[in-house]
Design a protein around this ligand. Sequence first.
Ligand code: XMP
Length: 440
Amino acid sequence: MQQDMIVILDLGSEQNTLIAREIRALGVYTEIHPHDITKEQLAALPNVKGIILNGGPNRVVDGAEIDASGAVYGSGLPLLAADHPFAAKHAEAKMQQTPQWPEDETARRDMLSAFVFDACQAQKNWNMENFIEDQVALIRRQVGDKKVLLALSGGVDSSVVAALLIKAIGSQLTCVHVNHGLLRKGEPEQVVQVFRNELGANLVYVDAAERFLGKLAGVADPEQKRKIIGAEFIRVFEEEARKLEGIDFLGQGTIYPDIVESGTKTAKMVKSHHNVGGLPEDMQFALVEPLKMLFKDEVRACGVALGLPESMVYRQPFPGPGLGVRCLGAITIDRLEAVRESDAILREEFANAGLQGKVWQYFTVVPDFKSVGVRDNARCFEYPVILRAVNTVDAMTASIEEIDWKLLSKITERITREVKGVNRVLYDLTPKPVGTIEWE
Ligand code: XMP
């Protein structure tokens, strides 16, 4: 292993992730582990230089105060105990204590820096080159000469996993890209271009657009639409997987927030996460999850280091059901194409205006009603396009991007001229709450 590591033990703190991010920002690798880690598990972690006992308000579990003494005391490693009262009982030579983390960011960084570099003598060697080198070795060790299957959606996480697996095991990987017909303009083509043509991956491209649209025909309820798209996706993927021989592993784009948010032993369960959950029982593969210790910005940095195009690595979030939830009500091909084309115009104009990467999420929605307009001196009865552009930190709340009026006019002019069947453009001014980001 290339990297020194600081272990954070979760003793009920709500700040595990914050502290982990700050240590990584210092250039030192860190992992969060549960309070009941055993001495053996701790000893098995590579290159550990120090341990932070991160106490906090959730330190009582099932009526008992949690402890980590079994694993850490006597390890001989430097310890930093934060908000961790029973630490005082133990006379450890290399123990430092703080009642709580300083609120002030600079003070906190200084404290962490002193612990990590002075007490632990950790090397500043956490970087993407070392991470990739480590993961390539780990993947090769895990997979051996076996085969790996990956559902490649074209999203950031699955794309970066694909690039990493191609580097590690090349032809032992098969990627399956299911085009459900609800992707943005140019997306399936980019997946084929980058992964098959440029990186030489074994890529199975499945054009399932008609199949999905068939299943969705006449279905207007948003939750029903989501369920159909999700279930059909798994069915198509499963069919492709059954055609392949001798697959032992499934690659997954699980990232660190998926794990942290799924609940550590002291935190509440926030969400359970499955990238390709729901495969039948007889199709259980061992998982390869090389990004599971990375935060989102680190995943992007990894993608750039592996040579993926920025347009893929820095793309805005896009829901799994895709344009299906932006073509409101029962999906029809004419309205779906209107969503796709107007979305492409919006993205192009935002890029021209230098807004790409600055606005968190922006897209178009086409409702299932028409309004009267005039085109070429004649009455026309066509669909409107709704523009939405929002900024957020965590998607729980969102504010509206104040788009420049001239830019709005230009986008309106282009959409009403270039997109078939559209005679009106609206801008959604609703923050979240009360509106959600998506319309369905
Ligand atoms: P809402 O509409 O709930 O969206 O404010 C919050 C964020 O989640 C995305 N989103 C989804 N992502 N599957 C996904 O993978 C979905 O069904 C889904 N629905 C919403 C949305 O784009 C926004 O970023």
